[in-house]
Design a protein around this ligand. Structure first.
Ligand code: PHB
Length: 419
């Protein structure tokens, strides 16, 4: 399916698939069949057959995503995963037809706010979703609060995002969640002097802060920190500073979409041969770009919550179906979009198709299920995700580069909220 042009509105209305094409353990329809049957019988007895035959209004999920601009890969991944969820599970939940409304904000916060307003006021959407960058999520949060609309964040990863509205639920991750473990790993693996390099905005500041505090707590030394501009960064001068400081390792966070450009400049400046070890969050060794990075990425130690090479049956099925539908590999953005759809449609089923902002929100809190990344929980108190975090090494497998998991921290809560 072609992607919508900037600012356009895409309605996806699919035929329910036959059960034989459903690849998840049990379809939603199957899982909720007994409850559904009961609800239908009740409706018939109260209002009679004529009224019961009236179709209910569709349930609208409004995804606001960067489909164009610097973060377009995030929009591409999340929209593909949301469509895959519907293709696999059918587009009707508890009698409500699911309509996906996908709009492009181009990664510009003013656009995100305007689109969120339009979706709530004009389109009467039931749930807001997406938000490719932290500033975009922050721009929409007041609209979710004022309109009491659940807002499912499937990308933005600064710790404070979920605190901006009581209607926010997150299915992506937080930077502190994936950073503390790699700081620990570094200290336990003979790395004593580190320089940090992060994108100069909220998630980068989170990554820098949590790396420094954990690494120094473990006895390590931070030689310095550099922050690169979010928009069209030239990494060369920053890499030179790191090279001059001669640390044992550099720790890097850059948002999805910047990893390949960074690795190219890392190699061009000879840092791959300088003896300075590269440590990163998995945003840098992003599955969306990893194969294009080439040998320079081999051996890079990184930390994240999702790898396309995660060796579970659920993930193998997810990756196979995603690649068959899209002809590219899913990354961590895709899995958050897929799980976002899982959380939203589960909540709709719990409300027996009634929906309603507060009821949906209540039904999202505490959800626990097996995702392609491993088991995940929506913490009922914080509305943030609790998940396993892996240390991975980039390796070649079957001729392709992958993040291969080498150890796991189970059920990690956002350390940013453990004050
Ligand atoms: C963010 O802006 O919160 C963000 C975006 C992309 C990432 C991580 C964090 O890969």
């Amino acid at each position: 399916m072609s992607e919508p042009p900037n600012g356009t509105h895409e309605m996806i209305s699919r035929q329910s698939r036959p059960l034989s094409t459903i690849t998840t353990t049990k379809s939603l329809a199957m899982r909720h069949l007994p409850r559904l049957a009961g609800a239908c019988a009740l409706a018939l007895s109260i209002v009679g057959p004529a009224a019961a035959a009236t179709p209910q209004a569709p349930f609208k999920i409004g995804f606001i995503l960067p489909m164009t601009g610097q973060s377009a890969s995030t929009g591409k991944q999340i929209s593909a995963a949301a469509k895959l969820w519907l293709a696999q599970n059918g587009d009707t939940v508890a009698g409500r037809k699911i309509e996906l409304v996908i709009k492009d904000d181009g990664g510009v916060a003013d656009q995100t706010r305007r689109i969120a307003q339009e979706m709530v006021v004009n389109d009467k959407i039931d749930v807001l979703a997406g938000f490719g960058l932290t500033p975009l999520a922050l721009a929409a949060a007041p609209i979710a609060t004022q309109s009491k609309t659940p807002m499912v964040v499937t990308a933005a990863a600064t710790s404070i995002v979920t605190e901006q509205s009581p209607y926010i639920v997150r299915t992506s991750f937080t930077l502190p969640q994936v950073t503390v473990g790699i700081a620990d790993w570094a200290a336990r693996n003979k790395i004593s002097k580190v320089m940090t390099l992060v994108a100069d905005y909220a998630p980068g500041i989170d990554a820098e802060k949590f790396f420094k505090s954990q690494f120094t707590l473990d006895g390590g030394q931070i030689l310095g920190d550099v922050r690169t501009p979010l928009r069209s960064p030239d990494f060369a001068p920053f890499l030179q500073k790191v090279a001059d400081a001669k640390p044992d390792a550099m720790f890097v966070f850059l948002p999805s979409g910047q990893g390949a450009a960074f690795m190219k400049q890392f190699a061009e400046r000879g840092l791959d041969k300088s003896g300075i070890k590269l440590l990163a969050t998995g945003d840098v060794t992003d599955d969306d770009q990893l194969n294009d990075m080439g040998d320079v990425a081999l051996g890079v130690i990184n930390s994240h919550h999702y790898s396309a090479a995660h060796p579970s049956e659920t993930n193998k099925k997810f990756v196979a179906a995603f690649e068959a539908a899209n002809h590219f590999r899913p990354n961590f953005m895709a899995v958050a979009g897929y799980d976002g759809m899982h959380v939203i449609t589960n909540a709709l089923a719990t409300t027996k198709g009634q929906g309603g902002g507060d009821a949906l929100l209540a039904a999202m809190k505490g959800q626990l299920f097996e995702s392609p990344r491993g088991q995940i929980l929506i913490d009922a108190q914080t509305r943030d995700i609790v998940q396993d975090v892996y240390i991975r090494r980039v390796e070649r497998k079957d001729g392709q580069l992958y993040n291969i998991e080498i150890n796991v921290q189970k059920a990690v809560k956002d350390p940013g909220k453990l004050k």
